[in-house]
Design a protein around this ligand. Structure first.
Ligand SMILES: C[C@@](CO)(OP(=O)(O)O)[C@H](O)COP(=O)(O)OP(=O)(O)OC[C@H]1O[C@@H](n2ccc(N)nc2=O)[C@H](O)[C@@H]1O
Ligand SMILES: Nc1ncnc2c1ncn2[C@@H]1O[C@H](COP(=O)(O)OP(=O)(O)O)[C@@H](O)[C@H]1O
Length: 284
């Protein structure tokens, strides 16, 4: 049997850090939503009891370091599954970009193998397994739009943004999430997002309220280490985007737009100095 699973990218509408935990991770509070820029994962039964991973990406590992491999291996070892799987990953999401591409691949693998192997695991069970692979995986299991807390494991679905687009711009630099959290001193954070206001704006389908409340406390750190990302954000604001924010630990910066007539102007302006630009729909 063959199964295709879609693994969409996420963007952060808010990202707050509330403290540092005893396990070394940070206590976060963030609102994440999915966008229509997706990897595609093909899962096929394999006679031999092994995990074979192939990908069209030349820059990510296809061995046990890949989050897809980790997801399949974790499922097999937790439930003593003696079956094998052949996985093909069509990589479309930029890597190490703050878009959770790897986490979404891992989540899609868990969802897909749950079907392929008839495991009947609930979303909660898949989320619990996902949390062992990475902090963003539990959200990627459910997708949509959610308030995410803890290290990333407490996921509460909320209302999705009204129909619209995100223009994603990624400079040719890779940002390590570990480095950005490592350079953050959470006690020095001067301004925090108003998460409650963002939730109200989402409930009210209030696009202006959403754009006004976009805020990410990691911007300050990433902008300090990579000033070109700050410059990129300023440029996009200058093109007349409604709201602009860095996603996750960066370096991807996105603009939210709800009028089709504005898309071309911002896209064309950006293409002048940023090669990797994507115009994508917000997913519901
Ligand atoms: C910043 C965010 C926002 O969505 O995403 P990205 O920018 O990576 O997409 C997440 O918090 C990242 O999640 P994820 O990329 O899954 O992180 P993990 O692999 O679990 O952790 C990588 C490293 O980041 C740090 N980390 C991660 C999550 C967290 N709540 N606190 C942390 O301090 C830890 O140092 C950890 O070793
Ligand atoms: N399936 C995968 N897709 C992307 N990156 C992966 C994958 N598996 C492992 N990685 C590794 O995870 C790191 C971060 O990947 P990614 O999820 O794209 O970034 P981010 O967390 O910033 O969104 C990269 O260094 C990459 O080599």
């Amino acid at each position: 049997m063959k199964i295709w699973e879609k693994a969409p990218a996420k963007i952060n509408l808010t990202l707050d850090v509330l403290g540092k935990r005893d396990d070394g991770y940070h206590e976060v509070e963030m609102i994440m939503t999915m966008v229509d820029l997706s990897d595609r994962i093909l899962l096929e039964d394999l006679e031999d009891d092994q995990i074979i991973l192939e990908t069209n990406s030349g820059i990510i590992p296809n061995d046990e370091r890949n989050l897809i491999y980790k997801a399949a291996h974790l499922l097999k070892s937790t439930y003593q599954i003696k079956k094998g799987v052949r996985v093909f990953l069509e990589k479309n999401i930029p890597v190490a970009a703050g878009l959770a591409g790897g986490s979404s691949d891992a989540a899609a693998t868990l969802r897909g193998l749950n079907r392929l192997w008839n495991l009947h695991l609930t979303s909660n069970e898949l989320m619990e397994l996902g949390g062992k692979i990475g902090s963003d995986v539990p959200f990627c299991i459910v997708g949509g739009t959610a308030l995410v807390k803890g290290r990333g494991e407490k996921v509460t679905p909320i209302v999705s943004p009204p129909p619209g687009w995100a223009i994603l711009a990624k400079l040719p630099i890779s940002v390590s999430t570990t480095d950005i959290y490592g350079a953050l001193n959470w006690q020095d954070i001067k301004e925090h997002p108003n998460t409650d206001q963002m939730i109200i704006a989402l409930k009210d389908h209030n696009f202006d309220g959403i754009t006004k409340n976009l805020f990410n406390v990691l911007e300050e750190v990433t902008f300090r280490l990579y000033p070109s990302v700050k410059y990129l954000k300023e440029q996009i604001e200058g093109f007349g985007a409604d709201g602009v924010l860095m996603s996750g630990s960066g370096p991807t910066v996105f603009a939210l737009v709800n009028k089709e007539s504005r898309l071309n102007r911002i896209y064309n302006g950006l293409r002048g100095f940023c090669k990797e630009v994507y115009v994508v729909r917000l997913l519901r």
